[in-house]
Write a protein that binds this ligand. Structure first.
Ligand code: F6R
Length: 239
């Protein structure tokens, strides 16, 4: 793993965006694996600015997001589709049909997982996967568990994740109990992985992910098995 420490969130975001822009320049038709949450917002702002200023184009790029809440549709402001439109897609020149997120309203969630898994294969896998990390060590919605799932699956969200995510909802009770997420297999098959962690509250999770044992109770620790992971954080992991 390559660890890059930045002084500020802005520097972290710039650095992550530069890596994504380089990937898109090198391979315009690349497949980007994307995440939601607070952490990548600054990165997405930088990508939007680069596109606005004519320094980048996503015309041929494709994206596949990690996850979506079950029960939320694309017009729901709390859905991850809504988040991606708001923070990235409507600010760049990507084609809507090239952006993929699980359908949280699919009548049969298990079927939706199969569709998403087949889509992943059809796209030819992910060239660069952007990840955040949960305070409990989750990536995507692969929650700490005695065993992790490889494929796209429906997950019941842990109470700590629901509490952490309730900041975006009117109340804790409004936070969905479930989600559809790419599994660890899909994440680990990405050719390159870029993990972002900002703020001291992520320090313990990142420390375990980078320096701890590979443990399904810390899903991010499985990234130690991947040959090409870059971590960008804005705190020191050694203190
Ligand atoms: C969301 C996702 C999650 C987040 C994680 C951190 O698509 O994949 O694993 O990356 O919950 O969220 P933030 O960035 O809000 O701290």
């Amino acid at each position: 793993m390559r660890i890059i420490k930045k002084e500020t969130y802005e520097e972290l975001s710039r650095c992550a965006a530069d890596m994504i822009l380089a990937a898109v320049r090198e391979k315009p038709e690349c497949v980007l694996g994307l995440a939601t949450g607070s952490t990548p917002i600054g990165t997405y702002d930088c990508l939007a600015a680069a596109c606005r200023e004519g320094k980048a184009t996503f015309r041929q790029a494709k994206t596949i997001n990690l996850d979506e809440y079950t029960g939320l549709g694309e017009n729901d402001p709390q859905s991850y589709r809504f988040f991606m439109e708001e923070h990235l897609f409507r600010h760049i020149d990507i084609r809507r049909e090239n952006t993929h997120i699980p359908n949280g309203l699919a009548p049969d969630a298990a079927e939706e997982c199969k569709r998403y898994e087949a889509l992943y294969e059809r796209l030819g896998g992910i060239d660069l996967q952007l990840l955040g990390i949960g305070q409990n060590g989750h990536i995507g919605f692969n929650e700490p568990s005695r065993a992790l799932e490889a494929g796209t699956h429906v997950v019941e969200l842990s109470e700590s994740t629901r509490i952490a995510n309730s900041r975006n909802f009117a109340s804790l009770s409004a936070v969905p109990h479930g989600a559809i997420t790419l599994g660890m297999g899909g994440i680990l098959k990405a050719r390159r992985i870029l993990l972002l962690a900002s703020g001291e509250q992520k320090k313990e999770a990142l420390r375990k992910a980078v320096h701890g044992k590979v443990d399904p109770e810390v899903p991010a620790s499985f990234l130690q098995l991947h040959p090409d992971v870059t971590v960008i954080c804005d705190f020191s992991l050694t203190l």
